[in-house]
Design a protein around this ligand. Sequence first.
Ligand code: EPZ
Length: 417
Amino acid sequence: MKILEIEGGKTLSGTIRISGAKNSAVALIPAAILSDEEVTICNVPEITDTEALCEILKYLGADIKRASESIVIQSSKIENKEIPASLSKKLRASYYFMGALLGKYGRVKMRFPGGCSIGARPINLHLKGFEALGATITEKGNCYVVEAEELKGANIYLDFASVGATINIMLAAVKAKGTTIIDNAAKEPEIVNVATLLNNMGAKITGAGTSTIKIHGVSSLGSCFHEVIPDRIEAGTYIILGACCGNQLKIDNLIPEHVEALTSKLKEAGVPLKIGVDSITVSKKESTKAIQVRTQTYPGFPTDLQQPLSVFLTQCEGKSKIEETIYENRFMHIPYLNQLGADIRVKNQTATIIGPTQLTGGNVVATDLRAGAALVIAALIAEGHTKITNVEHILRGYEQIVEKLTNVGANIKEREI
Ligand code: EPZ
């Protein structure tokens, strides 16, 4: 098992360069199989989630060339065979192979043990979309067989603006006969990044980034060259870190508009931010004030930054509140923050945070990806030594986190125990 050991209390300064977005790359890699030719995707982060997806591509028979930040995928020889749970269970985003294989072949069989620690995370909206396109679904013990004689365009309303369902339905619909309209679609930037890849391959998608997406089916998709957008959640995590212990900490290679919900909240708390064209420079301010936050779908405050932000709020004067509206179980980091000295109470879906509190080091456990990121921030501002176990969660979504933090003055080591 991997652990992180951190000596906290240091001021961090210098530049952190943001990598390609995990939540975009994990959809772009499966989407590439829709092309009959070679697809090059650059700025792909080297994290365990993208490695796991490349393993599935190789299992299906795709030819992959992985350079440092790019992947060249040639899937003309892939076989539409069942994806076993041993591969699909490594990450939830493996479900994008359902939409991609259904869209390419009209049939897909895969074992998909859904769910994860932050919630049940059903895929009913994905399956509703596939059925609307004419597919029949049989599910036996987490094994899904989705098949259609012919995929036909349909009007699909999403009960919830689900990111995954929006992308998966797009993948299944790009080669369907006729036009598909997705209403109440998710508007996250990652949706736009995937739609742009598909259009670069020859698809006809309009409206990505709005709540109504229109897809005119095409008969084939070709080669293209595409770039992953910067990771707004990685960027937000490091901006929050700068607000906690930075001195002119520059977060570089980001799209400021994608983190606007966060920067507006930090400004409300009194954090001094310098917002450039593709960077944000942030410093800790001696006293910042308590704020109220409610997670929402994009462009609202992102649920993925709720846990990192809660650490910053332990340093703000007064009573802050964070309401989590997206997931049912996304406060598992709170007991560990309280163990380090925070004063946080959780009632239903709201965490009330009294600050400021002095955090001191201790032994904590990363329960999920963003909880782990929150614990790294807490350890960096705590006085003394902190050991974080189960850091495999963190390495799923933060490329070179130890190198990036060491380069700005953090005392952080990764060890195998
Ligand atoms: C994506 O998950 C992200 N993951 C999540 O990031 C992110 O938190 C989430 O979108 C919301 O922004 C990836 O992109 C790989 P959803 P996804 O479908 O697509 C319910 C991270 O930390 N729902 O928008 O699974 C679901 O239970 C991860 O990087 C249904 O009920 O999110 C949840 O409560 C965590 N039925 C809510 O919608 C469905 O069919 C949000 O889900 C699908 C979803």
